[in-house]
Design a protein around this ligand. Sequence first.
Ligand code: ZN
Length: 156
Amino acid sequence: MKTRLIADQAHDAGAASQKTFVLIFNTGDHVVAGLKAFAKEQHLAASHFTAIGAFKEVSLGYFDSEKKDYLKIPVHEQVEVLSMVGDITINDGKPNIHAHVVLGKRDGSTCGGHLLEAEVRPTLEVILTESPAHLERRFDKEAGLALISLESSQTT
Ligand code: ZN
């Protein structure tokens, strides 16, 4: 994985730092582990990203709200990443990736879900932007998910 900082608006009007990075994953790279390592290394409190590219194989998840857990949907074929959107937050001091993907198959059909794990082939281009306000996730017992908490954020 190669990364580059392409914008840094740290000094704009006294606002909090808002860096934008490009992350290029190559064949064999694992997306979730790569994103987590990058968030740690850059001390990202919260960020969001979009990506396009392709996967050799991927594990999708469908959140079962009864079981409060992900049903795994393995996809063992080369697929195009038509759209990937997600955020990285810090949950109990560790980076937490929450990403949704729509994948395109050879016959033009699509499938999608939460991104649980994916192996890239040949590339995945990620544009990642640091969030100006720290997005904090708190575990919501009702939902069974770590959800964005606005309680500690300022509202206008
Ligand atoms: Zn989700």
